[in-house]
Write a protein that binds this ligand. Structure first.
Ligand SMILES: Nc1ncnc2c1ncn2[C@@H]1O[C@H](COP(=O)(O)OP(=O)(O)OP(=O)(O)O)[C@@H](O)[C@H]1O
Ligand SMILES: [Mg+2]
Length: 370
């Protein structure tokens, strides 16, 4: 096992414990308190949920990843497949097929992992009442034991044709399952806010909120020190704090940068500033193609606004100085460009400041020459 892992769910030695939020989640799961888990991308939501679940007793996990669902049928397929994998053997698969018989489910096998994939008949499933079938199935599973249902990337529900209706139907049924714990996890913060904080939404105040922010600096630095030691490197706390700063304290980006530093360094002496620079350069090389793809369709002004934020910071973006230095023509132009960059998910606006989500994209843009 490599000392650092990124881009996947982490557990065991590569999972830095975060007991303050994990304890809350374990208790919520155990007591049936529905919970919304929100945080930026790659902060560690899914890993936290999995780790918390592993600490519960006598609970069964139904984990459904809703990324890229576009239809009600997609939703049914994901949840049905997840239900069929709730335990070893064929019991759960058979029960899933029985409970959803009305939707004429069929089974195939995922060639990558040999797990069952359940697909329902789209002609029958593509209607609101299918949500009721799915929740009724979960209710039946819950009769025997406590089920923790995780809807990961829950904001994807908003991409269905009639999201308001979908949410209303789901909520109307879920509210009666008091013994089942629903965990809704999502990363596009504005969308999750729309679902759980907008008072017009059917899910308004329907679950406790758990924020997954950065891991505490001291804990993370100690953890990273141990992982570097496994890789035969010595890292001081001051060095690791610089690493955390560079990667904006986004857990996944921190691990990616540490992996790059480990690869680029030779193990002689303590890790230094130049090891950090080489690590950053390696990550930028790894990510260049993806950054080019992300920015290739930006207009000239959007690119200038992005460069302005990367180079001069995102606080005084409508000042004459920022406009001139960034090469933007006027404040309204800057505003339009920044709004588009937000809509594209490249930057966000928080406490009066525009910030670039991805810390490495920020570094890449800084060094970008047209
Ligand atoms: N507790 C942790 N300790 C150490 N590293 C972590 C921890 N949690 C997450 N990470 C790092 O972040 C990466 C992403 O974790 P995870 O997939 O759990 O995050 P996520 O918030 O669900 O991401 P996404 O928004 O992409 O779904 C992991 O591969 C790992 O490198
Ligand atoms: Mg995730």
């Amino acid at each position: 096992m490599r000392p650092f892992e990124y881009g996947c769910v982490v557990k065991g030695d590569v999972f830095c414990p975060r007991p303050e939020i994990e304890t809350v989640l374990v208790n919520n799961m155990q007591s049936g308190q529905n919970t919304v888990v929100v945080g930026e991308r790659r902060m560690g939501k899914t890993s936290l949920i999995m780790s918390a679940f592993s600490k519960t007793h006598r609970c069964r996990l139904l984990y459904a990843d809703l990324l890229n669902i576009r239809t009600i049928t997609d939703f049914c397929d994901r949840v049905a497949s997840a239900a069929s994998r709730m335990g070893k053997g064929h019991t759960f698969l058979q029960r899933t097929l029985t409970f959803l018989a009305r939707l004429r489910p069929t089974i195939t096998v995922d060639p990558h992992n040999g797990m069952p994939v359940v697909s329902v008949d789209s002609y029958l499933a593509e209607r609101e009442s299918s949500f009721e079938d799915i929740i009724a199935m979960i209710e039946k599973f819950s009769e025997k034991e406590r089920v923790v249902v995780v809807f990961d990337e829950f904001q994807e529900i908003l991409k269905l044709d009639n999201p308001e209706q979908a949410l209303a139907t789901l909520r109307s049924k879920i509210q009666f399952l008091s013994e089942t714990c629903f965990v809704y996890s999502g990363s596009v913060r504005r969308d999750m806010v729309r679902i759980f904080v907008d008072y017009k939404s059917p899910f308004y105040k329907s679950a406790a909120t758990l924020n997954v922010g950065p891991i505490d600096d001291d804990c993370f630095a100690e953890f990273l020190q141990r992982r570097f030691a496994v890789g035969g490197r010595k890292a001081s706390k001051a060095f690791l704090l610089k690493v955390l700063d560079t990667a904006n304290r986004i857990s996944g980006d921190v691990q990616q940068l540490c992996d790059a530093i480990l690869t680029e360094s030779d193990g002689n002496g303590e890790l230094s500033e130049s090891d950090l620079r080489n690590g950053i350069a390696r990550v930028l090389k790894q990510e260049a193609a993806s950054f080019e793809l992300q920015t290739e369709n930006l207009t000239r002004y959007q690119m200038k606004a992005l460069q302005g934020v990367a180079k001069f910071g995102g606080r005084n973006v409508f000042s004459a100085e920022f406009i001139t230095r960034s090469g933007l023509s006027s404040a309204p132009t800057a505003k339009r460009a920044l709004e588009k960059l937000i809509a594209l998910g490249i930057i966000y606006h928080h406490e009066g400041e525009y910030k670039i989500f991805n810390p490495f994209l920020k570094e890449w843009i800084r060094g970008y020459n047209e």
